[in-house]
Design a binder for this molecule. Structure first.
Ligand code: HDE
Length: 725
């Protein structure tokens, strides 16, 4: 008797288990091979009988597995971990007197953009919350071709010359013998290199500050870093620095929190960006420019071409000229976020480069890296990289060519193709490089105007609030505390002494080291046969004592839009207390989530059912901006006896977050560490200085709580004593 061959054992098993697979619809899409053949069986490979070997002739199996084998492309050598979104840029104010670029002339026109945020050191699968610089790359699809601002969330960089970049990256990446540590700078090779590179000190101040621990990509600034040029219709040049200013302000998380988030949700920033766009809370940044006339090139205390220096906003104000809104998540991570190829050399007419030696090195690096990452220079033809304007040139063929060029002419000049494509005159939008006058010898060297490495490091440190200074000091203690080689720690203390003696002393005491009396820093890298006299450091003091734009303390603190608030609840929660406060917070754009001892649903004191999507097991305080405990006799009693609820509150307190409770919920607060620290009276002033709001008047409570959330964190809690959690 002929045995019936079971074609799809999985489907049969599912049937036996009474589990129904999606029903087939008549208009369903058929599965095909890549050459378009409809596939009849996607469950079984072709075999020599039911229990026989697989036949190599199974071209369907081979195609599927071969494609799978090559699904990964090399990750970016730096900025491997990224998240991106689509959006638009709209100009408010023309700067046509400085640049002929239509992007910066046509007020009200919406230019499509694609923006990718990234960490620098970690691999593609590493955590979002590493202490690191964040990449901030913007591709404008303009009517004159693609324009990329490939920047960071910090306005300066570690090094002055591109030739040091591979050294810097090798030093910070996991150490080559054991591939440890992942996405972290707290190890010997990084600090070995840094302690020998005084030019990195300003950047080190930024990377050790809270700027390296953003609360969200949506709450960080972006900077073009280098000085660029704007060129107008008359061919005149002005220097320019680009800034992105987030409308939600610049906010960070605490270091202890960052480390815990990495365990609880290593996709924290990616998820945050995705969710905000998905729910219509579109992230927004204003584009700012600092414009400097050509004639003022040498009127600064530093060199405009030195990428380790910023132009303080007090000296050249930032003019906000337009807004970028991210309003659409990518459809496919690989095709868009992974395959997008940025390049600071993607310029448009009206914008040009300067001789910043770091920028100069970047100009050839980016197209080169795309070749090894994307495999071919035809990467420009991938949908995410294609300009929205037509491309006409005589470049032909190569791997993965998509364009089908027609005709016999692929050279210029020609007559057989009617002379096409033509060169464009400057007046027709043709790109012309700024004819900068250059008279010099060919040398390997650096201008003396690049030799001041400390003045802006000190300016940055002096501009920080006390809490920010404490965080920066703690970060240095942590990072250098992880360094095993004592001589490296000692060299770093020496460097810090040049920035701020108090800072150096605090870190030295923590590390158990002496504070050096005499300091003689070397001036970074120099040629082997150099006369060291020529490399003497220039020790100057910034004429500004501090710059308020450098402190996050002075950022926007008037909105709670998209802040996530946890409501701790259990059976019998007071419905009124929950609903009233929730309504106030949601009206201002916050997102409220109920967190309970278990999932499913709970009944309120008035028998209203609330579904519970988060529990103490599946979420954590570090994933929220603030916590509220509503009343309700049974709910409060359950939470007071629930160690996870008490831990949730203690941890939120430790991370200096606003906490609110209905007066009837005080029984839960009594169980916390901070109960003994509550203000004697619950006044508005007490609420807004401590960040703890307790009241039975839901309106007052909700309003004050919202104000406290807008203030983001109450860092004063951290000192003078540490908070357990
Ligand atoms: Fe990059 N950088 N970089 N960089 N960089 C790359 O290009 C490089 C520098 C920045 O989201 C790579 O496509 C050199 C400064 C961002 O896809 C690579 C030098 C700044 C991104 C490269 C620098 C940046 C990159 C790796 C010193 C801030 C991510 C993959 C001369 C202004 C772009 C890639 C994205 C990526 C080289 C210095 C920002 C290898 C040689 C300074 C935001 O080409």
């Amino acid at each position: 008797m002929k045995k019936k061959i079971s074609k799809t054992p999985n489907e049969e098993s599912l049937k036996q288990l009474d589990i129904e697979k999606d029903k087939r619809t008549d208009d369903g899409t058929f599965l095909t091979t890549n050459h378009g053949l409809k596939i009849n069986d996607n469950q079984n490979s072709l075999k020599t009988g039911e229990r026989g070997g697989t036949l190599i002739e199974d071209f369907i199996l081979r195609e599927k597995i071969h494609h799978f084998d090559h699904e990964r492309i090399p990750e970016r050598i730096v900025h491997a971990r990224g998240s991106a979104a689509h959006g638009v840029f709209e100009l408010y104010e023309s700067i046509g007197q400085y640049t002929k670029a239509k992007l910066f002339n046509e007020v009200g026109v919406q230019t499509p953009v694609f923006v990718r945020f990234s960490t620098v050191a970690g691999s593609r699968g590493s955590t979002d919350l590493a202490r690191d610089v964040r990449g901030f790359s913007v591709k404008f699809y303009t009517s004159e071709g693609n324009y990329d601002i490939v920047g960071n969330n910090m306005p300066i960089f570690f090094i002055q010359d591109a030739i040091k970049f591979p050294d810097l990256v090798h030093a910070v990446k996991p150490e080559p013998h054991n591939e440890i540590p992942q996405a972290a700078s707290a190890h010997d090779t990084f600090w070995d290199f840094i302690s020998l590179m005084p030019e990195s000190m300003h950047m080190i101040m930024w990377v050790m500050s809270d700027r390296a621990l953003p609360r969200s990509f949506r709450m960080m600034e972006g900077f073009g870093v280098h000085t660029f040029r704007l060129i107008n219709e008359n061919g005149e040049s002005h220097f320019v620095k680009f800034h992105w200013k987030p409308l939600l302000g610049v906010h960070s998380v605490a270091w202890d929190e960052a480390q815990k988030i990495s365990g609880k949700n290593s996709d924290f920033h990616r998820q945050d960006l995705w969710d905000a766009i998905n729910t219509g809370a579109f992230p927004e940044w204003e584009l700012g420019v600092q414009i400097i006339p050509e004639a003022d090139e040498h009127n600064f205390e530093f060199d405009l071409l030195d990428p380790t220096k910023l132009i303080p906003e007090e000296i050249i104000p930032v003019q906000r000229i337009g807004k970028m809104t991210l309003n659409r998540n990518p459809d496919n991570f690989f095709a868009e976020t992974e395959q997008v190829a940025f390049n600071p050399g993607h310029l448009i007419s009206g914008v040009d480069i300067t001789n910043d030696p770091l920028l100069q090195g970047r100009l050839f690096s980016y197209s080169d890296t795309q070749l090894s990452r994307l495999g071919t220079h035809n990467f420009q033809e991938l949908p995410i990289n294609r300009p929205i304007v037509p491309v006409h040139n005589n470049q032909r063929d190569g791997h993965m060519r998509h364009t089908i060029n027609t005709g016999r002419v692929s050279y210029e000049p020609n007559t057989l193709g009617g002379g096409c494509p033509f060169q464009a005159k400057a007046a027709e939008g043709g790109f012309t490089s700024f004819p900068e006058k250059i008279e010099s010898n060919k040398i390997r060297g650096r201008s003396k105007s690049f030799f001041d490495h400390f003045s802006q490091a000190t300016l940055f440190f002096n501009s920080q609030s006390n809490a920010e200074k404490n965080h920066l000091t703690d970060a240095l203690c942590f990072e250098l505390g992880k360094v095993e080689t004592i001589a490296i720690r000692e060299r770093m203390i020496k460097m810090l002494t040049y920035i701020d003696k108090g800072l150096a002393a605090a870190v030295a005491i923590y590390l158990g080291l002496n504070i050096p009396k005499q300091i003689n820093p070397i001036n970074g890298s120099f040629p082997a046969d150099a006369n060291l006299e020529d490399y003497k450091p220039v020790i100057i003091k910034s004429s500004l004592d501090s710059s308020s734009a450098l402190s996050m303390e002075n950022t926007v603190k008037d909105t709670i839009k998209t802040r996530k608030i946890a409501f701790l609840v259990a059976e019998g929660v007071n419905e009124k207390s929950l609903e009233a406060v929730k309504a106030i917070l949601e009206a201002e754009g916050a997102v409220v989530e109920l967190v309970a001892p278990k999932l499913g649903s709970i009944m309120s004191d008035t028998d209203v059912e609330f579904s519970i999507l988060k529990s103490f097991l599946t979420t954590a305080s570090v994933l929220y901006d603030a916590v509220y405990v509503p009343g309700g006799i049974n709910s409060v009693a359950a939470l007071a006896g629930e160690p996870d609820a008490v831990h949730f509150l203690n941890e939120a307190f430790k991370h200096c977050k606003p906490i609110a409770a209905d007066e009837d919920a005080l029984q839960v607060i009594e169980e916390t560490y901070f109960y003994k620290k509550l203000p004697k009276e619950f006044t508005e002033e007490a609420a807004l200085t401590t960040g703890i709001v307790i009241s039975n008047d839901y309106n007052t409570l909700g309003t004050l709580f919202a104000k406290a959330i807008a203030m983001h964190r109450f860092w004063d809690r951290e000192k003078p004593e540490k908070v357990p959690a």
